[in-house]
Ligand binder design. Structure first.
Ligand code: HEM
Length: 495
């Protein structure tokens, strides 16, 4: 008995020492033994956004909030100036050592793009971006492939309507295949392959990507502490996520092996080939097969989920606001007409359509925070001490929903992006793709793809809530990113 009491006291004392708030750490909620500040970071009844608990902490403690994810210190960074500074400073470009699938498969070596740091990150990011661009990434030359995917999507819409006309009353699940058509154009640049919608394995993989994102939690201590990854119940989400990740990785690994086996120095078919050529030249081993698999995994994950969710969110707003949908369609008819699909070339002339997409991205906030950042040494920030290894949760939502700057951030109002001359005006104080050195690598590609997808759909179909089905859900799903809850709708072909 005495032994147990003494052991408990020693454990509590050790926890107190380990978990003690570092000197001059930003203010924050009470730090409980073992669980840290996690109890105040969970949602409450009535919340309408997964970030509401962090919104409350910011309101109470200010733009820098000191937190503890279990025993891991973290700082919630909010407000335009702070987020901009953190994103620009070299000492905050690091990512914490979080166990992602790649880490585990490659013996905990950091790899890919999201979770590598320093020189490795700079070299790999530069190389990836340059060579993806050579294959048309984010360029007008991709329009052709995007349009082919849209033709496939429209065929699915028409097929559903023809086979199940009765569902016009209750709504069709039209957007089920959107993630697959969204990733296909990117996968073509990466691996030179286009997968048809009859390829059930590919469709399954895109669904696994969505599941992978929904199971994620930016503020969970499980990916940080390997010990927790072995504790049943606590490791539930993590284990499921690992399973999804491993299946996706296997698909990518097989594509890399096929490329290695059929590599021809004189015929660079896609990004994988160019990377393999670099691997053969590289003497210090920084371009490796594992690194190639990890980069492709990062691109596959980031490229599928974010693009599909952004397009789906936009369509959901257009169902909710039919007058905005009508305005979008009228502009498309005036500028593009009805006989061809909108393209990237039209973007500078489709001012209202641009404003709607930007407002949809701002209001829905697919990425309310960046992937976590971290410090590799003690750092001073805004007069506070941020200890080595502290995790930085960079609050993009605080920027994109800033009341002082926007006035009415909760209102969906595309007109805020239309200038007095009637043209689209960019708001330099928004951070839809992050900011600074780690800014989203896929920004131009994502903008072009989501723009062409959503405007093409509106050009060709009228979207409505089904007369006898539920209205599209307003729920925003949580995870690594946020996503709209899947919904059914009615479509009427216009052309
Ligand atoms: C609407 C769609 C998208 C949104 C809203 C989005 C948003 C973001 C954000 C907020 C970040 C973090 C920036 C930071 O850490 O400061 C990021 C990083 C990244 N994104 Fe995207 N993204 C989108 C689409 C894409 C696509 C299509 C790709 C790939 C083709 C992509 C690839 C990446 C990569 C590789 C990074 C990590 C960059 C690094 O750490 O250096 N993203 N994205």
């Amino acid at each position: 008995m005495i032994f147990t009491v003494v052991l408990c006291l020693i454990t509590l004392f050790l926890l107190y020492v380990i978990q003690k708030r570092p000197k001059n750490f930003p203010p924050g909620p009470r730090n409980w033994p073992l669980v840290g500040t996690l109890p105040v970071m969970i949602g409450q009844p009535g919340d309408n956004h997964p970030f509401n608990p962090l919104d409350r902490l910011r309101q109470k403690h200010g733009n820098l909030v000191g937190l503890f994810l279990g025993i891991q210190p973290a700082v919630l960074v909010s407000g335009y100036e702070n987020v901009k500074e953190i994103s620009a400073r070299e000492d905050f470009t690091y990512r914490p050592d979080i166990t992602v699938v790649q880490h585990k498969m490659f013996h905990y070596e950091k790899s890919g793009l999201f979770f590598v740091d320093g020189e490795k990150w700079k070299t790999q990011r530069r190389f990836t971006l340059r060579h993806l661009r050579d294959f048309g990434f984010g360029k007008q030359s991709m329009d052709h492939y995007i349009h082919s995917e849209i033709d496939i999507l429209f065929a699915v819409f028409r097929d559903l309507m023809a086979k199940h006309p009765e569902q016009k009353e209750t709504g069709h699940d039209f957007l089920k295949v959107l993630p697959a058509v969204a990733i296909n154009t990117l996968w073509y640049i990466i691996a030179g392959e286009i997968h048809g919608l009859e390829n059930e394995h590919f469709i399954r993989l895109t669904r696994l990507v969505l599941k992978f994102f929904r199971l994620g939690d930016q503020t969970s201590p499980v990916p940080i502490y390997r010990l927790l990854q072995h504790i049943p119940f606590i490791n539930n989400n993590f284990k499921q996520q690992e399973k999804c990740g491993e299946e996706i990785m296997t698909f990518i690994q097989e594509a890399v092996v096929r490329h290695v086996d059929t590599f021809n120095e004189n015929d660079m078919r896609d990004f994988m080939d160019v990377y393999i050529r670099e691997m053969k030249k590289d003497s210090d081993g920084s371009f490796s097969e594992n690194q190639l698999i990890s980069i492709c995994m990062d691109l596959f994950l980031a490229g599928t989920e974010t693009t599909a969710s952004t397009t789906t969110f936009t369509l959901r707003y257009l169902i909710k606001y039919p007058e905005i949908q009508e305005k979008v369609r009228n502009e498309i008819y005036q500028v593009v007409g009805k006989d061809r699909l909108p393209s990237t070339e039209d973007m500078p002339n489709l001012h209202y359509c641009m404003a709607v997409l930007t407002e949809s991205m701002r209001h829905s906030g697919v990425t309310p925070s960046t992937p976590p950042k971290s410090t590799v040494k003690d750092v001073n920030f805004q007069g506070y001490n941020i200890p080595k290894g502290c995790m930085m949760i960079v609050n993009l939502r605080s920027v994109n929903m800033d009341e002082k700057h926007l006035g009415d951030p909760e209102t969906f109002r595309p007109e805020r992006f239309i200038g007095p001359d009637g043209k689209f005006r960019k708001d330099e104080k928004l951070m839809l793709f992050g900011s600074g050195t780690r800014i989203c690598l896929g920004e131009p590609f994502a903008k072009n793809t989501t723009f062409i997808f959503y405007t093409s759909i509106v050009q060709n179909f009228k979207l409505e809530a089904a007369p006898y089905g539920p209205k599209p859900s307003e729920v925003i799903l949580d995870g690594f990113t946020t996503a709209p809850e899947p919904f059914k709708m009615t479509m009427t072909a216009l052309n």
